[in-house]
Design a protein around this ligand. Structure first.
Ligand code: ATP
Length: 463
């Protein structure tokens, strides 16, 4: 069944609830808090969702993130928004949706359209560090109600989630949640089923399995309530794929998120290397300035120069499987790179951690050789520095002859190189998604496919 976004909840305004930082390394998860809140909202007749819950991955280089720097936004129409909001806050407290040690932020904006300044704030939070003060000022300017605890940093993510519309490229993830009593125990799932699921649904689902490393990628490993997550191109395909996994553990339920995962949304900004800021992300077209050296641990280190002449260090890390390629780079190669900026430490300088790499122009390189004898066509021998060359066969001497340059064949590909799936960040765009990105046309009117939420799985029977 398809439900249009057109409202049957008369004269109601749209409420946008942003949530972040309800989790800690000890457990909980912001998406699970969103699942519980959604469960309540769906049981309330005066509420109609206007979009899937959004799972927005923000700047992955923020040092104080717990895991994947995810924030959530719920958008729904209701004519009783004050009551609904009070009930959400009750739920957060009573159901203990916030982990100890977390710095939660919950922000609520009411209105048909999201103000441009909140959208700009959200865009910046994808690739830069934004301050809590900016978030607070913005909230005050737009009469945004918010709740914060701990150091209040969660307000940044909750405001950024509200400001992200995902009108262009996006993907979906169906997340299955464990019953509370199972959290912290081993997740059991037959990897053969994941391999089969991948074979049957790729490329409409992705990053289920890293074939090169025989690694299942859909199961997290921490004590959080997520059992597994399936990523893909539509709500339908990720829900069906989840149902077909026939998970034996009894689960609390599942929810489908619309998300910026797999879109490279954090790498849209072109960045010059003068005054480049730590913890930011972006892309650059630049030149290789020093040949890569592969250090202990298998990482490749080199330097790059931008068009203004500014030089910065760059690194390709071993787990990405891109080192073999990177080690073939030569000085002068014109490359395009996506990267996050790593802060300097006592051991290394400020470094670009490379997230994708493409050679645009492979520089011509040469090896030097002794000149050829004009009589016998054999290579001559050097007589010593500045003493010229002599032919070993015919004895011809030439004091003015110089070494010659021979062009070397370059064994380097010019296609785009991205990390192997097991080394992907949430935002990394998998290679097969280049060219199939969604655009405004297929995003303007969100049609919600009804089985985007379920409780008490029995997953297989529910579809
Ligand atoms: P999970 O993926 O499990 O939800 P997490 O990795 O999202 O966890 P959080 O516990 O939410 O980590 O912590 C991230 C914190 O960083 C939040 O307080 C969030 O508001 C803040 N934050 C996110 N993006 C930025 C940014 N660009 N600038 C400054 N702070 C940010």
């Amino acid at each position: 069944m398809q439900v249009s976004t057109k409202s049957s909840v008369k004269s109601a305004s749209v409420v946008h609830v942003g949530l972040d930082d309800t989790d800690s390394t000890q457990g909980k998860c912001t998406t699970h808090a969103a699942y519980r809140i959604t469960d309540y909202l769906l049981n309330n007749k005066s509420i109609e969702f206007v979009d899937y819950p959004l799972l927005i991955r923000l700047n992955p280089n923020i040092p104080w993130k717990t895991r994947g720097n995810g924030a959530v936004c719920l958008r729904f129409r209701t004519s009783h928004h004050e009551d609904v909001l009070d009930r959400i806050m009750d739920l957060v407290h009573k159901e203990n949706l916030v982990a100890t040690g977390a710095n939660p932020g919950i922000a609520v904006f009411c209105g048909e359209t999201i103000p441009y300044s909140i959208q700009c704030f959200a865009r910046k939070a994808l690739y830069d560090v934004v301050s809590r003060k900016t978030a607070e000022d913005l909230a005050a300017r737009h009469q945004i109600r918010f709740f914060i605890d701990g150091n209040g940093q969660g307000l940044v993510g909750s405001m950024a989630a509200i400001g992200t519309l995902l009108h262009e490229d996006h993907t979906f993830e169906a997340v299955a949640y464990r019953k509370q009593e199972r959290c912290g125990t081993v997740r059991r799932l037959d990897s053969a089923k994941v391999v089969q699921l991948d074979a049957e649904t790729f490329p409409y689902t992705f990053n289920n399995y890293d074939k090169a490393h025989h690694r299942v990628l859909i199961l997290p490993h921490g004590p959080d309530p997520v059992f597994c997550g399936i990523r893909g191109e539509s709500a339908e395909v990720v829900s069906f794929a989840l149902g077909n996994l026939q998970i034996s553990e009894e689960l609390e339920g599942h929810m489908v998120f619309r998300t910026n995962q797999g879109t490279n949304q954090h790498l849209q900004n072109e960045v010059g290397f003068t005054d480049i800021k730590c913890y930011t992300a972006g892309f650059s077209q630049c030149k290789v300035d020093s040949r890569p050296t592969v250090i202990e641990g298998g990482h490749a280190l080199f330097s790059v120069r931008d068009s203004s002449g500014a030089v910065v260090n760059a690194a390709v890390y071993e787990p990405t499987d891109m080192v073999n390629f990177a080690s073939k780079l030569e000085v002068g190669d014109v490359i395009k790179i996506g990267f996050g900026v790593r802060k300097p430490s006592s051991k290394h300088l400020r470094t670009l951690n490379i997230e994708y790499l493409q050679v645009l122009v492979a520089n011509e390189i040469f090896e030097t050789a002794n000149p050829i004898c004009i009589i016998c066509k054999k290579r001559m021998k050097s007589e010593g520095t500045n003493k010229g060359f002599r032919c070993r066969k015919c004895g011809l001497r030439n004091r003015d002859a110089k070494k010659i340059l021979i062009p070397k064949t370059r064994m380097i590909q010019t296609n785009l190189i991205v990390p192997t799936p097991k080394a992907h960040r949430h935002l990394t765009k998998p290679i097969h998604r280049y060219g199939i990105e969604k655009n405004m046309e297929n995003t303007l009117e969100i049609k919600m496919w009804s089985p985007w939420f379920s409780k008490n799985l029995g997953l297989a029977e529910d579809y």
